[in-house]
Design a protein around this ligand. Sequence first.
Ligand code: FE2
Ligand code: FE2
Length: 665
Amino acid sequence: MTSVSVITSPDDLVGAVSRDRRMMGYRVRRQGDGWIELEVVAQRTRVPVLLVLAWPEVWRDEEQLRPHLVRARSGNYGLILVGTDPELEAARMEAMSTDADMTAVAAPIGMVRLLLTLRTRAETITQRMTSAMIELELERSRHENDMLISIGRALSQERDIKSLLAIILRRACEVTNADAGSVYIVKNADEDVSKRVLRFEVSQNDSRTLPAGNMEMKVSSTSIVGQCVLSGTRINVPDLYALDEPGTGNNSWGFIHDRTFDDKNRYQTRSVLAVPMISARADVIGVIQLINKRAKGWIQLDLPGDFEAGVVPFDDVSEAYVSTLASQAGIALENVLLYEEVKTLFDGFVKAAVTAIESRDPTTSGHSERVAKLTIGLARAINHAETGRYREVRFTRDDLTQIEYAALLHDFGKVGVREHILVKAKKLYEHERELILQRFQLIKRGYKIEGLETKVRYLMEASRDAIAEQLSAIDRSLADRVTEVDDIIKFVLAANEPTVLEQGGFERIAEIARMTYRDEGDRAGPFLTAEEASSLQIRRGSLTEQERLEINSHVVHSFNFLCQIPWSRALRDVPVIAGAHHEKLDGTGYPKQLKGEEIPVGAKMMAIADIYDALTAKDRPYKKAMPAEKALDILASDVKRGQLDADLYEVFLNNRVWALTSVDR
Ligand SMILES: [Fe+2]
Ligand SMILES: [Fe+2]
């Protein structure tokens, strides 16, 4: 059977491969005179192992040898130089001293030695290729691992649902090279899956600009995402345009391809991969739907031909990537949904608490919400500031939430203030005012009685001629005294009105308080009691010192109340911020008389918002609504006095933050 036992020429080798059974594992190709390529048929590698034998007449020619040397540096190629020792010795050493896979056999060569050489070369090359592949595989899984860890990290840090879903979708498109995609959330945690609703939350399309928007649809088996929810498994449709009628052929799912979107946008939804996001409780809580896997890199899918040529089905690797991503995303999404649920619950509680406290004092209704709106508005304006002392301050989302809670609950401590003080509108309580007015009526009556008594005395004693003149003198004196009391009443009622700014001129109150009258039992009594006089002498607002202290104690109550709440790390400063909203930069505030930098910036912002709202609100007890310009002037004078932060006020003023609540009143 063996016809050639010694190979001396390329022809011998070609003949041996076709005739010698021992060469069955090789396929032969002539590469021109003197070059024989042998492809190793039985091998473990995906890429064929190629062995090239070169005879001296060709390998001595450097020009001819060079391309083979280059190829012999690649993984699957081995070069075997055939020649005698003297021929090989005469070869140029530069050609030999390369890193190419190269060996030499002396001609003539016996079949056994040739086969052994070929086998050794093939084995070496196969091993090298296998280890390179393992290395590549390792590198890929390392990369995959890194990618998934980085995705996992990004997902676990995101608490805003829209941003989270956008990250999930972007990463899913990246790892699969999908042209487009959407993420859906399953709404309604109904036991009956078919009663659940899918809400389209985010979408991405590299080839078309799509309008943003939300859309809801019933979970139905006729849609791919619906089926994905119902089955809880991933669905891979290679080409939606090649799908048979629902329920037949390759469309056993029963999908109905609604082409409205495609027609409207000159788009073709060809390959589709839908992967469910599953919660820890094994519920499908969302779906990642990817559309049109691009065959190569980033290509724009514009014309119909682009879809035909450029889109391929999602392969196993894509499925595996997206499934891993979806399982991570499912956990992250569930966390975010739970977080939102808890937040909604807590927000509801805060709102209810605010409503409860404001219902004790209807005149401050809406104050807390407006202060929160103004303070957050100011913080956001600072986030955009490019100049000024706060240009580098940036409040994170958590910071803003913290400030918002502090602002909403800043006056919650008013629960600890007695209601009659809380709603006190004038310097005197209503019953005090009534008492004073009745007293003055009594005084006037007393004067009248005194006048009548005097008249009677005269009538009894005086001569007839003098009577008329005397009586009219008594009437004049009486009228003067009654007028004086009426003036006093007017003055007292005017003094009872509270003022926003400090006011003096209360010496007359002291004078009035020193005046006395005689009551029915002829006992002397003061026009105004000491307490009444001191109330009427309140220089600003409507509260006495004692009452002011009680009102001021609300900040301490707010702080103590808020300390009871186990705030998360990100919100732990809520009590401190709320508890410092009445502190002033110059240390004249309360309750701790903090100064400058001792006051948290959130509290400094809130102080501006709080004063502004107190001044401009329609119905504060001690004053009427004030125009914005005047309120801003008052804030400016507080800034000038060193009580409010000048830079914050500037941002509040220049960014028209103050106008944010003008519609709320
Ligand atoms: Fe307050
Ligand atoms: Fe307040």
